[in-house]
Ligand binder design. Structure first.
Ligand code: PLP
Length: 296
């Protein structure tokens, strides 16, 4: 259904406890979440019929709501069950899935404590379009002019809609200039992350990735750190200055949507995706497949 507008697709969306036909999953224009970004969401993928790290995504969703001072009115068990129901109802096996929670439309001004909290869950096919060989060509990134703000200026650990304002600005500017994505520095000038993914750098068997102290510590990021260690790499999390990027041979992004995406260029720096990226792409592809329960 590529190219079909998101509000015009066929299927079922879980909306406040019931499955609604896709086109009927609507909210009012005077919704608090729309005007004041009182909205949190998840991006998760199902592989072979199972959502990878579903409980971690659900817990992050609930925690993101708490960070924005609201309680999603469903338990983690209920949200997990709803995600599975959405997959089944839409006959999806490999899919991208978007749970989203927001404050409703009872009142429309900055304070929000009297507004109800809503939850919807949608899923659709969003395959990894590229073979490993294609991926290994790498994508080109532009430096963003926007910086990840200090942790005492935004709730940076939440996956909250408001934090994506500068991501959209950065990615649109990069794409207009012929790049695939943008890489953001943080408020101190350290390397931070791409607009929807974390970043890693490889030199030989050593991997370095920025410390996630003002941006999302991605679930894929943590998975990759474990897989890299299991595959004989050392992994160091530390602050990285942009001028040291020339010391590295390979670079890749990680994220639920991006999975493991090699990078060939960041601004003035070039990288050659090779064995390191290949090993980690393969390790991640194997990791996300549902684990067979050993026969009794
Ligand atoms: C800004 C940002 N950083 C990092 C990530 C990677 O997070 P995860 O691996 O949990 O998908 C994402 C994707 O959710 C993101 O939007």
């Amino acid at each position: 259904m590529a190219g079909v507008p998101m509000d015009q697709r066929e299927g079922w969306i879980w909306f406040d406890g019931e499955l609604k036909p896709w086109k009927d999953a609507k909210i009012h224009v005077l919704t608090h979440g729309l005007h004041y970004a009182s909205c949190v969401f998840e991006g998760q993928r199902a592989y072979g019929g199972e959502v990878f790290k579903l409980r971690e995504h659900t817990e992050r969703l609930i925690a993101s709501g708490k960070t924005l001072d609201f309680t999603i009115p469903y338990s983690a068990d209920e949200i997990d069950a709803a995600c599975r129901e959405v997959l089944a109802k839409n006959n999806l096996v490999d899919a991208y899935m978007r749970p989203v929670a927001w404050r409703g439309s009872e009142e429309l001004s900055v304070p929000a404590r009297n507004n109800t909290v809503h939850l919807a869950i949608a899923a659709w096919v969003w395959p990894s379009y590229f073979s490993t060989e294609e991926k290994l060509k790498g994508i080109r990134l532009e430096w963003s002019k926007w910086r990840r703000p200090a942790p005492d200026t935004i709730p940076c650990k939440a996956k909250a809609a408001g934090l994506y304002m500068i991501c959209t600005l950065s990615k649109d500017a990069a794409m207009a200039n012929g790049y695939a994505d943008a890489l953001m520095l943080d408020y101190r000038g350290y390397v931070a992350e791409a607009t929807g993914a974390n970043v890693f750098f490889i030199k030989g068997k050593d991997i370095v990735t920025p410390t996630p102290d003002c941006f999302l510590d991605g679930i894929t990021r943590r998975t990759l750190i474990a897989l890299a260690k299991a595959n004989g790499f050392t992994v160091t999390e530390r602050h990285m200055k942009p001028e040291e990027l020339g010391d590295f041979d390979e670079c890749f992004l990680t994220g639920t949507a991006a999975e493991v995406t090699p990078v060939s260029q960041i601004g003035e720096f070039s990288f050659t995706p090779a064995e390191g990226c290949r090993t980690l792409i393969d390790a991640y592809s194997a990791e996300v497949q549902p684990k067979q329960v050993a026969a009794e």
